[in-house]
Design a protein around this ligand. Structure first.
Ligand SMILES: *Cc1c(COP(=O)(O)O)cnc(C)c1O
Length: 357
């Protein structure tokens, strides 16, 4: 199968080889060294400051979303959430579950967030801001400069789910004043699922230290303390952490995060150029390099997904809920090449010839 979904995505050969090895014992100086290197490189690629910290959670991205919320927000906060799709809905559900007061800025599918939309929320006693910088479900990439300015002038604690955007789009945590950035192993890190990553600013660390939580596994105080010596409180997904280490070092050797982002951008642009004559409409006002969201003009999106899967050995990324028949997405992250784009384009042109699209 050729995988154009947005996670889990294809891994390169060395990462896959690591997955086939015996899992080493991890309470060792050697594993601690790997973890400290993981922390160092994640910080470097996120453009985090020296006094920022990184926590590796064994759990998918949502575990780190929940950990971030319960460890830094309380019922005394008032949170503003950008709501443009199913991932922002997850932030909303988490705030509801943990009784954290919030308001949401509800956007129509595909719409960008503008400076004007934020104006009415100035000086309204908000304390924190939650955004999924790339709302993967609809392929909208929000303008972080606008959000950063708003948060700075209102002194808001800024939590960014960059799970599908980290490495795919440029991001400067320190410059943007981001307090928490979250990512996951199965997106542009191109490793198997199982690990999610939280980068914390000094302000975030302070909030963690002063927040009492009712959860043992996702207690970041404990994770931060263990992390000082390159360890985790409980048995982590050891292999995935070794695979992440391989990937981070690969990216560093190949010229760093900028080069990786350029590579993903080039694959995305190549695909977007090649679909121009096909009966699809791009629905997002502002795209990430990670994904192209497409609305088929002549067929059901779910049919295209099923036929490509069953007859061509290709996974594109289907949508769920009320977008199931309306939208599908093509991912550009993971071990993909322009030749892989050609394979997908050839299959889509064949569907056209068969009268399916
Ligand atoms: C993939 C993704 C997540 C995490 O989902 P999990 O299934 O928990 O890994 C969260 N937010 C965004 C924007 C994502 O793309």
């Amino acid at each position: 199968m050729l995988n154009f979904t947005v996670g889990p995505v294809q891994s390169d050969d060395i990462v896959r080889e690591i997955g086939g090895m015996q899992v080493p014992y991890f309470r060792t100086a050697e594993f601690s060294e790997v973890m400290l290197e993981n922390e160092k490189l994640i910080k470097k690629f996120a453009k985090a400051g020296d006094d920022y910290r990184v926590v590796f959670i064994t759990g998918s991205g949502t575990a780190s979303m929940e950990a971030s919320i319960i460890n830094t927000l309380t019922t005394k906060d008032k949170v503003l959430i950008v709501n443009g799709g199913s991932f922002s809905l997850r932030f909303i559900q988490l705030c509801q579950l943990h009784k954290i007061p919030y308001e949401s800025i509800d956007l129509e599918v595909g719409k960008a967030l503008t400076e004007d939309m934020l104006l009415k929320y100035d000086n309204k006693n908000f304390t924190a801001f939650l955004v999924n910088v790339h709302e993967t479900s609809t392929g909208v990439h929000y303008d972080m400069d606008i959000i950063s300015k708003f948060c700075k002038r209102n002194n808001l604690f800024l939590i960014v789910d960059a799970i599908s955007s980290f490495l795919a789009d440029s991001f400067n945590m320190q410059k943007l004043g981001v307090d928490i950035m979250i990512t996951g192993s199965q997106k542009a890190l191109a490793c198997p699922p199982g690990i999610s990553v939280i980068v914390l600013s000094p302000k975030a660390i302070k909030r963690v230290e002063s927040t009492d939580i009712v959860c043992m596994y996702l207690d970041l105080k404990d994770a931060l303390k263990n992390g000082e010596r390159g360890q985790t409180p409980f048995t982590p997904a050891v292999s995935v952490l070794l695979q992440i280490n391989q990937r981070l070092k690969e990216i560093e050797c190949n010229g760093g995060v900028e080069k990786e982002t350029e590579k993903i951008a080039a694959i995305a642009q190549d695909f977007r150029d090649k679909i121009k004559d096909l009966p699809f409409e791009i629905v997002s006002e502002c795209m990430s390099n990670a994904v192209t969201p497409l609305k088929p003009l002549t067929a059901k999106a779910s049919d295209i997904f099923n036929i490509l899967k069953n007859e061509y050995g290709i996974w594109i990324c289907p949508n769920g809920g009320n977008l199931k028949d309306v939208l599908f997405r093509v991912g550009h992250i993971g071990a993909l090449t322009k030749e892989d784009n050609d394979t997908l384009i050839t299959a889509l042109k064949d569907l056209q010839k068969r009268g399916i699209i």
